[in-house]
Design a protein around this ligand. Structure first.
Ligand SMILES: *[C@@H]1O[C@H](CO)[C@@H](O)[C@H](O)[C@H]1NC(C)=O
Ligand SMILES: *[C@@H]1O[C@H](CO)[C@@H](O)[C@H](O)[C@H]1NC(C)=O
Ligand SMILES: *[C@@H]1O[C@H](CO)[C@@H](O)[C@H](O)[C@H]1NC(C)=O
Ligand SMILES: *[C@@H]1O[C@H](CO)[C@@H](O)[C@H](O)[C@H]1NC(C)=O
Ligand SMILES: *[C@@H]1O[C@H](CO)[C@@H](O)[C@H](O)[C@H]1NC(C)=O
Ligand SMILES: *[C@@H]1O[C@H](CO)[C@@H](O)[C@H](O)[C@H]1NC(C)=O
Ligand SMILES: *[C@@H]1O[C@H](CO)[C@@H](O)[C@H](O)[C@H]1NC(C)=O
Ligand SMILES: *[C@@H]1O[C@H](CO)[C@@H](O)[C@H](O)[C@H]1NC(C)=O
Length: 652
């Protein structure tokens, strides 16, 4: 059977089955939210940021007033059905979630709600007092078709008991049941995690709250099938008014029971054989695909070689055997570092020390990225870029050979306490300036110096290698995560997550890398080198700026900028130079991308050709772009890429 025929046949089968299978029970569990999970949700003004659903957008300082938002699970579930014998049969369900409401004004506003709704859209003008549940038009009407358990942080109506209550709303914003939460010691507006459990069984809806959801808030007899259709979406809504707050859902699980309708037996008869046929089809298909993939990867070999050879000044091609020998059969003794991409080994090739990166099979770095890396970086010639010497593609394995850097990566030297004595002499002020200037030159070269603009996208101290003269070489292969931590495999993944501290605030919204996001990461690096401390993460709700940026900016505001200088320097630096570097770092870390200097300007400042940029005393608030910024040619998405010269950043 031909490939496309097979696909068509399978699609047809799948279609047939999906028509027969009705929406049934639903269950899911998110212990926390990852950006990848956004595709599981139907979202309106809501995003997954910092491991939570932000039901109304989450921007410190940006306009988040008068907004409503909703987030539903992508599929509806079956709430009830009919049986000839027993009449209506109702599903039971339960859902446990953790809310976190952080007021941005005093008082905060307005609140959020767990909702079951027929319409997965967001009603117009449902902001403010309406909590994204209904609007003035639909309030109190049966068309609303919504049941909500509200967690209200504003006393918006005379009927509201207080500004800290839970309530049950049916097609209306006026609750049929309300309970103040203070009696359980719960303050919704305190910015703390609040666990809630909602249970529905036997026409009885129950809400629990607090630690382990152990306090019964209310239990209300209600037949949901009287208000809602058979299939409903489940999710959350929230709103702000002139008063604002961040409305987050940090974890969420949901289980609904199956309902047995009369005709179920009938379609079990149809579905089972078709399902079986489908399974066999899939098994056959994947087997076939696997086989053909195996064939293809062998085919791919000459084509990779051609593509790479076609580029000018291609690096040397090595055989697997050569590299195996060079690294002592990839001996663990020779391991320099390990990361999500694979492992780096030290080796000796033709009496020269090299670093060999063996890309792991699980790595997302595929054939295209490999070719991109070899052809682009292979063509770079800049003293501050780590040089690619050669490559190998054999047995479906990708390997890259780089020059060896005796002094390892910058983070090792700058952050390690145990080496403090060594460090005093090794990373003196002069060397730090040289390193910064080297990285700036490399980045300027990538951004402006070569025919195609290249974004590095993962600038961080562990990606800066130091040669024997302590000159910086920009690269990426996690040489930082070194021998010492060899046995701790999970350590490297944790370090990878550290990249978050280098991400510009807009990354969380635009998900794109730009020259400006590179500049931001560079700014963080500058501050780290000057202060000798790590960036700190961005885990604070609503705080998109790196910890170090906020810290230095605060010192700047208080006129005590020099206090930021690394203690380990023992005051051995020129104060003007330190100040210049810190201000430059802050300028690069301006929360608003358009106000950051270009790498060209940065370089001019470092060489004294341009004055140090002015930096406001207060850190500017990040302004939420009302329109997504137009996509520039030089941008590339943070996910998937056509050119991955070094590695992807994501919130890893
Ligand atoms: C959410 O996304 C993460 C990261 O991709 C994934 O590991 C996890 O399985 C997803 N959760 C669910 C419930 O799909
Ligand atoms: C928000 O809505 C209120 C009430 O409609 C209005 O008074 C206020 O000006 C609005 N604020 C903004 C920033 O639009
Ligand atoms: C919403 O509808 C209810 C009837 O269900 C009514 O009592 C209430 O006054 C309405 N609220 C507003 C703000 O219109
Ligand atoms: C709840 O916490 C907020 C923030 O800490 C505080 O302003 C408010 O007064 C508290 N409310 C109650 C009822 O304790
Ligand atoms: C409703 O369910 C809750 C918890 O499952 C239970 O405590 C309560 O007694 C039930 N109420 C009725 C009327 O069945
Ligand atoms: C309710 O949740 C528990 C897990 O907490 C689960 O075992 C049970 O099956 C759920 N009930 C229904 C009706 O989904
Ligand atoms: C895979 O390769 C083998 C031998 O080279 C060949 O006989 C077979 O037809 C190929 N399979 C596919 C699906 O191309
Ligand atoms: C840096 O490299 C040089 C030359 O290999 C070596 O002599 C020196 O000890 C290294 N310094 C550190 C701190 O590793």
């Amino acid at each position: 059977m031909h490939f496309s025929q097979l696909i068509k046949c399978l699609l047809l089968l799948a279609l047939l089955v999906s028509c027969l299978i009705e929406v049934g029970c639903l269950s899911f569990r998110y212990p926390s939210f990852e950006t990848d999970n956004e595709t599981d949700l139907i979202r309106h003004n809501s995003y997954i940021v910092l491991n939570a659903i932000q039901v109304t957008p989450d921007v410190s300082g940006g306009p988040i007033t008068n907004l409503s938002g909703r987030a539903f699970y992508k599929e509806p579930f079956r709430l009830w059905g009919k049986s000839k014998h027993t009449g209506r049969i109702r599903a039971s369900f339960n859902s446990t979630f953790v809310l976190n409401i952080s007021p941005r004004t005093v008082p905060g506003g307005e609140g959020m709600a767990f909702i079951l709704a027929v319409d997965s859209n967001l009603p117009e003008n449902s902001q403010g007092q309406w909590l994204g549940i209904v609007n003035a038009k639909t309030n109190g009407t049966s068309q609303a078709k919504i049941v909500a358990v509200e967690f209200d942080t504003g006393k918006s109506y005379p009927g509201d008991v207080d500004s800290n209550h839970a309530g049950l709303d049916v097609n209306s914003i006026s609750s049929i049941k309300q309970v103040p939460l203070g009696i359980f010691g719960i303050n919704l507006s305190a910015g703390v995690d609040v666990m809630v459990r909602i249970q529905y069984e036997e026409e009885n809806l129950t809400v629990f709250i607090g630690e382990d959801a152990r306090n019964l808030v209310f239990s209300e007899p209600i037949d949901l099938s009287a208000y809602l259709p058979k299939e409903v979406f489940v999710g959350f809504s929230a709103s702000t008014s002139t008063y604002t707050e961040l409305n987050c859902v940090k974890s969420w699980e949901f289980y609904s029971s199956d309902i047995n309708e009369d005709h179920s037996l009938l379609w079990v008869k149809i579905v089972v054989p078709i399902g079986a046929a489908l399974l066999i089809g899939i098994a056959f298909f994947s087997c076939w695909k696997w086989k053909s993939k195996k064939n293809r990867s062998d085919d791919a070999y000459p084509s990779i070689e051609e593509e790479i050879k076609g580029s000018s000044m291609a690096p040397v091609k090595f055989t697997f055997k050569e590299l195996q020998k060079a690294t002592g059969k990839f001996n663990l003794q020779n391991m320099l570092g390990k990361g999500g991409f694979g492992t780096v080994y030290k080796g000796i090739l033709k009496n020269k020390e090299v670093a060999v990166k063996r890309i792991s099979r699980e790595s997302t770095q595929g054939k295209q990225e490999f070719i991109a890396e070899v052809t682009t970086i292979g063509n770079f010639h800049h003293k501050n870029l780590l040089k690619l010497i050669g490559w190998c593609y054999e047995r479906s394995e990708f390997l890259l050979v780089y020059e060896y850097m005796p002094n390892g990566s910058l983070d090792k030297l700058i952050f390690s306490d145990e080496r403090a004595e060594v460090q005093e002499n090794t990373l003196n002020w002069g060397r730090r300036l040289t390193i910064i200037s080297g990285v700036a030159q490399a980045l300027d070269y990538l951004h402006n110096g070569c025919e195609k603009r290249v974004l590095h996208r993962d600038i961080k101290t562990s990606n800066i290698m130091l040669d024997s003269e302590f000159d910086a070489k920009l690269g990426d292969f996690g040489l930082a995560r070194i021998v010492k931590q060899r046995e701790q495999t999970h350590h490297s993944t944790k370090e990878l997550a550290g990249t978050v501290g280098y991400m510009a605030p807009e990354c969380f919204f635009t998900r794109r890398a730009t020259t400006e996001t590179d500049v931001y990461a560079f700014g963080v690096l500058v501050l780290e080198v000057a202060c000798g401390r790590k960036t700190g993460n961005q885990n604070e709700q609503s705080d998109y700026n790196s910890r170090i940026v906020c810290w230095v900016w605060e010192l700047h505001r208080m006129g005590r900028l020099l206090d930021a200088a690394d203690q380990k320097l023992n005051g051995e630096f020129a104060e003007e130079e330190m100040e210049c570097l810190l201000i430059l770092g802050l300028a690069c870390c301006n929360p608003n991308p358009e106000q950051r200097p270009s790498m060209k300007t940065v370089l001019q400042v470092l060489t004294g050709e341009a004055p140090v940029p002015e930096v406001p005393a207060e850190m500017p608030a990040f302004v939420w772009p009302t329109m997504p910024a137009p996509v520039k040619e030089s941008d590339c998405p943070l996910t998937g890429s056509q050119l991955t010269p070094f590695s992807e950043i994501r919130g890893r």
